[in-house]
Design a binder for this molecule. Structure first.
Ligand SMILES: Cc1cc2nc3c(=O)[nH]c(=O)nc-3n(C[C@H](O)[C@H](O)[C@H](O)COP(=O)(O)OP(=O)(O)OC[C@H]3O[C@@H](n4cnc5c(N)ncnc54)[C@H](O)[C@@H]3O)c2cc1C
Length: 447
């Protein structure tokens, strides 16, 4: 069987790897971006000098040939699904028995005046990274438009090169559509603490041009004008459905698929950021724009093609990121404001670390931690087993996987719960030394 995959991101490449694991089918992966697969989330570290681009490639360049995965550095113009052919920009045509669309996302642009000026860009691809390298040479200020995960990454990238940064954020607090109020306030403070000028409740109105068609400044919704030579547009991403639309493959916000990643056209599948999974009955269609979900989509579709038709089951949602040096881990359902949702929220006096456990009807449904690491598997298991809040609190030290001499805060979380609820719960299990404070108290006073 001849399998063509459009897109060499995590979803397309995972599909290719698993198809090879399960079968001897012919596999061709097409992408115009880079010849070989790399880690998109690692792009920022290349700019910051922590990694070379070569280090972002999880597999050596020989891996593809050895595993008989043909890599075609080209752009797919259209799919003729009656004849089962893909027309490439080079003029070449690829025939297929099964086609997997894994075309990813595109940065949002909202028709701002000046959005296509030189010096204005998003950060999505390797080409964007190279452009940013050129666009930010010797600039006096960078403007970042948008307060999501990519926005804060671009702010950190510029900041790492001592370039003053202004962030324009429409909301009243950083990423408050996702983070609960206290965590959002913490990250808002943290961004400002880095020296970033964060302008909240401020939108981009217009990007101003110099006489050479290059950005010279922006005007905000508050009427202010800010001088800059670089504007990063990071107001979210949307599924890249260009190829599907040109090829009459049904789309909505994304390429419409069922829970087997089958589109409405025979033998064509869509996976990763570009797919919109139709949810029947109650509930909204799902668009999942995360690295690990792309990986799961790829593995699932490979199984359907090579073994038996396999339904996708994402399981319990998780995500992690970094806000400058504050790590963020979230598992399950947080900040959904469902009826009856409650949480216990503990924050360290340094106001840079927090633990939140969300529960409903006494059952734990989510965790949201900043600066404190909890084991994914354990949190997931507690949520899946519908453990009660009191069970979880009593066993909380099992979840912490910060290194031995890091402070452990579980006694403080449980004490907070006891105080609020008139309880006297105690931790049933501890690991190693119970906190740095306790460790310090064992040292001679002269140290
Ligand atoms: C800067 C940045 C940081 C991120 N950080 C994180 C993170 O920390 N954690 C996380 O979970 N997620 C993160 N994400 C999101 C994550 O990278 C995406 O969810 C993931 O890469 C999507 O994988 P994908 O395979 O669906 O698509 P993509 O990785 O977008 O790959 C799609 C590929 O398809 C190609 N393509 C598109 N159209 C065509 C065509 N017509 N012909 C041929 N090829 C085509 C594109 O060139 C591209 O190479 C980040 C994203 C960005 C941009």
């Amino acid at each position: 069987m001849n399998i063509v995959i459009i897109g060499n991101g995590i979803a397309g490449i995972t599909a290719a790897r698993y198809i090879r694991k399960h079968s001897d089918h012919s596999i061709t992966v097409v992408s115009p971006e880079t010849e070989y697969f790399y880690s998109r989330p690692a792009l920022m570290y290349v700019y910051m000098g922590h990694l070379k681009f070569e280090h972002t490639k999880p597999y050596e360049d020989w891996f593809w040939k050895k595993n008989r995965i043909d890599v075609v550095h080209d752009y797919a113009l259209t799919v003729n699904h009656k004849e089962k052919k893909v027309l490439l920009q080079s003029g070449n045509i690829l025939g297929y028995d099964k086609l997997i669309m894994a075309t990813g996302s595109q940065m949002n642009k909202f028709g701002w005046k000046g959005q296509d000026l030189a010096g204005v860009q998003g950060l999505y691809s390797k080409q964007d990274l190279d452009l940013m390298e050129r666009n930010t040479r010797n600039i006096s200020r960078g403007i970042v438009v948008g307060g999501g995960l990519i926005g804060i990454e671009v702010a950190e990238m510029l900041h790492s090169r001592n370039i003053p940064v202004t962030m324009l954020v429409r909301e009243s607090s950083y990423w408050n559509s996702i983070l609960p109020a206290e965590e959002s306030a913490m990250i808002t403070r943290h961004i400002r603490h880095q020296g970033i000028e964060l302008r909240l409740e401020t939108e981009l109105k217009e990007i101003l041009s110099d006489s050479n068609g290059r950005v010279r400044g922006v005007r905000t919704s508050k009427g202010d004008e800010i001088t800059t030579e670089f504007v990063a547009l990071t107001a979210g991403v949307r599924p890249n459905i260009d190829l599907a639309q040109k090829s009459s493959i049904p789309t909505n916000r994304g390429i419409l698929v069922n829970s087997y990643f089958e589109t409405q056209i025979d033998d064509i599948y869509a996976v990763g950021d570009c797919a919109e999974i139709v949810v029947t009955g109650e509930g909204r269609n799902q668009i999942e724009q995360l690295w690990y979900t792309g990986e799961m989509h790829g593995e699932t579709v490979a199984s359907s093609i090579c073994k038996e038709r396999t339904e996708y089951n994402r399981g319990i949602l998780f995500n992690s990121a970094k806000f400058f040096d504050i790590e963020y881990h979230t598992y399950g359902s947080v900040n959904q404001n469902t009826v009856g949702e409650k949480s216990i929220y503990w924050e360290h006096p340094d106001r840079r670390r927090s633990i939140r456990i969300v529960y409903n009807n006494n059952q734990v449904i989510g965790f949201n931690n900043l600066g404190v690491r909890y084991r994914h598997k354990i949190c997931e298991q507690w949520i899946a087993e519908k453990r009660s809040i009191e069970y979880v609190l009593e066993h909380l030290s099992e979840a912490n996987f910060d290194p031995e001499f890091f402070m452990k805060f579980e006694p403080e979380v449980i004490a907070l719960y006891n105080k609020k609820n008139g309880k006297s719960l105690t931790l049933t299990k501890t690991r190693g030394l119970f906190g740095y404070k306790k460790f310090l108290s064992t040292l001679p006073a002269s140290i």
